[in-house]
Every structure is written in structure tokens, then in C-alpha cells.
Write a protein that binds this ligand. Structure first.
Ligand code: PHE
Length: 337
């Protein structure tokens, strides 16, 4: 190998080892200074390379001179950069201002649906109702049959149902279309007197628009005892309206039909000069009582179902029910406890 090639190889070796060390092994200013002395110092590797310049021909000088100079420049740059980096890292710790106020912690809010469900449930628990929950996957028996909605009853068309495919084809499963199946489940498992309130999700297979969602909430209410009459129903629901909307709130009851109550009603509240329907209710149908093994001659009761999102829409002037599921923080952040 010629002398020239040897020198070029040496220049490359110095370059590699200098870069390798500074990139991987230098963590503080002491180590950096040590590196500088080895490579850029007066008797360092660059100086050693420079010495070759006096022993080579002019022609070779023109080849290796710029190479050594470039290496020197690039190592000096690297040195400056690394020094800056280490300085910054050191200052970041030592110049931390402990008197600065902390960053605010984002605590988040309850969802508006949670808030309205809690408010309504609180109104009823103040009247002695117990809050319970039920399952979202129901059977045909509880969602329809035990509620006096037999297979061929036209009322089944009232609810477009999301049916579930299960291995057991004898029992038809579905996503509950209302919280009313819990009426039967609660009565089956308990003896009167009963006063329960059941919040939860319901599902209907229907197109969504500003007032309809395919998934929504209902709050079911049920009271069963001896001698429960229609006036208890009216009194309880009127009191709820006063608690939710204010003591001078007016309400209106009108006849309505639900197969599991008799008589059935809907209740409206007066809102901005208009009557707005907010719930369905009625006296528990004798057939429903019989279906769960209660004697309708001994016991009577009332039941109701309401949509909390609808009530929240009235109270909070929300014009589109789909906002509840859009997860838009501009909407959600308007609700605080
Ligand atoms: N389940 C009925 C509905 O979804 C509401 C209701 C409940 C009506 C209880 C009467 C009694 O529309």
C-alpha cells in the first residue's frame, strides 16, 4: 500500500473513532474535554495527522490537506454541538423554577346523561324508591310476553326490535326495547310492598334523527302494594315534575295505551307555552301481576317509563338527541356538576 493510501486510511480511522466515541460515550463535560484533548488537542490525533503534510509531495498534500482540514472542522462542530446539548440538559434541571404555579389537572365532567339520570333517581329516592339496574340483553318472555304483549299482538310493532342470534333457539334473545321487562323481573324475585326505580340503556332498530336514537336511556318506575290507586301514580309523578322543573310546574295526564297497564296514560309538562309529553305510565295490568304470581285482587300498583335524554333536552335547551353520543367536547364541557 502506498504511503498516500495509508495516510488516507488513518484519517478515516480517526474520523470513525472520534465520531463513535462522541455519539455513544460522552455524557458530561468532563468526558467531552477528555475527547477534545485526544482528538483536537495540541498533541491530539488531528495534530498528528497534520504532521504528515511536511513529509509528502506537493501533489499528495493537495489531496490529504483538505481531508484533514474537513475532519478538523467537522469534529470542532460536533464538539460545540455536544457542549451545547450537555449545557441545556444541565440547565433544564438547575434552572427549574419551583415557585411556578402547577399546571391545572383536567378532572373531566360527568356525562350529561349521567347527570340527568342521577337527578331523576335522586328525586325518586327522596320519595322512598329504591334504585336498581337490569340487563340489556333480554328474552322475548320478559320484554314482551310477561308484559301482556303476546306474539300476535299489534303492540309488538310499536317497537322495532334488535333480535340476537343465540345457540339456544328455544329462547329468543334481544336487546331490550324498554326498561319495562324489569317490572316482571323485580316482581318475580320480591314480594310487595315494592317501590323501585330502574335506569338503563334501551335499543330500538330505527333510523336516527334529531329526536330519535337507536340507543337511548329509560328510567322505569314501579310501585306495588295493597290499595295503591291512580292518585298515588298522579301524586308521585307530579311531585317528580316539581322536583325537576320547579314547584310551580304544571302537568297534564291524558289517556294512552300500553298493553301492560290499565288504565294507561301519558304525562306532559307545560314548557314554553306548549304541552310536551315526557313519560308513559299506568296502573299495572292484572295480567302482568298474575304472570309473576301476584294476586291482582290483593295487590295493585303503578308503573311508568321516561326518557332522561328527552328531559335533559328540555332542561338544557338541547335541540338534537344525537349530541349525547357524538363525544364532542364543545358539547360535553358545558355540563358540570
Ligand atoms: N315502556 C313504555 C315505553 O317504552 C313506557 C311505559 C312504562 C309505559 C311503564 C307505561 C308504564 O314507551
Amino acid at each position: 500500500m502506498s504511503n498516500l493510501n495509508k495516510i488516507i486510511e488513518e484519517i478515516e480511522e480517526v474520523e470513525q473513532s472520534a465520531n463513535g466515541q462522541i455519539d455513544q460515550q460522552i455524557l458530561n463535560l468532563d468526558q467531552l474535554e477528555h475527547w477534545r484533548i485526544i482528538f483536537l488537542g495540541r498533541n491530539g490525533e488531528i495534530s498528528k495527522l497534520m504532521k504528515y503534510l511536511s513529509s509528502v509531495s506537493d501533489e499528495n498534500k493537495r489531496i490529504i490537506g483538505p481531508k484533514i482540514n474537513n475532519l478538523k472542522k467537522s469534529l470542532s462542530n460536533k464538539y460545540n454541538l455536544t457542549q451545547k446539548k450537555i449545557d441545556q440538559r444541565n440547565n433544564a434541571v438547575t434552572e427549574f423554577d419551583f415557585t411556578l404555579p402547577g399546571r391545572p389537572v383536567n378532572l373531566g365532567n360527568y356525562h350529561p346523561t349521567t347527570l340527568i339520570i342521577r337527578e331523576i333517581c335522586t328525586a325518586f329516592s327522596e320519595m322512598g324508591f329504591q334504585i336498581i339496574e337490569g340487563q340489556e340483553i333480554e328474552t322475548e318472555k320478559y320484554n314482551f310476553d310477561l308484559l301482556n304483549i303476546p306474539n300476535d299482538h299489534p303492540a309488538r310493532d310499536q317497537w322495532d326490535t334488535i333480535w340476537l342470534q343465540t345457540e339456544n333457539t328455544n329462547v329468543k334473545h334481544l336487546l331490550r326495547t324498554h326498561t319495562s321487562p324489569m317490572q316482571a323481573r323485580v316482581m318475580e324475585k320480591n314480594n310487595p310492598p315494592l317501590r323501585v326505580i330502574i335506569p338503563g340503556k334501551c335499543y330500538r332498530y330505527e333510523a336516527t334523527d334529531a329526536t330519535h336514537e337507536w340507543q337511548f336511556h329509560q328510567i322505569e318506575g314501579l310501585a306495588v302494594d295493597k290499595n295503591i290507586s291512580f292518585s298515588e301514580l298522579k301524586g308521585t309523578l307530579f311531585e317528580m315534575a316539581r322536583k325537576l322543573f320547579g314547584t310551580d310546574q304544571k302537568v297534564r295526564f291524558r289517556c294512552d295505551f300500553f298493553p301492560f297497564v290499565e288504565p294507561g296514560v301519558d304525562m306532559s309538562i307545560e314548557w314554553n307555552g306548549k304541552w310536551i309529553e315526557i313519560l308513559g305510565a299506568g296502573m299495572v295490568h292484572p295480567k302482568v301481576l298474575e304472570g309473576v304470581g301476584y294476586n291482582p285482587k290483593e295487590y295493585s300498583g303503578f308503573a311508568f317509563g321516561l326518557g332522561p335524554e328527552r328531559i335533559s333536552m328540555l332542561k338544557n335547551k338541547i335541540s338534537d338527541i344525537r349530541n349525547f353520543h357524538l363525544n364532542d367536547l364543545r358539547f360535553l364541557n358545558q355540563f358540570t356538576i
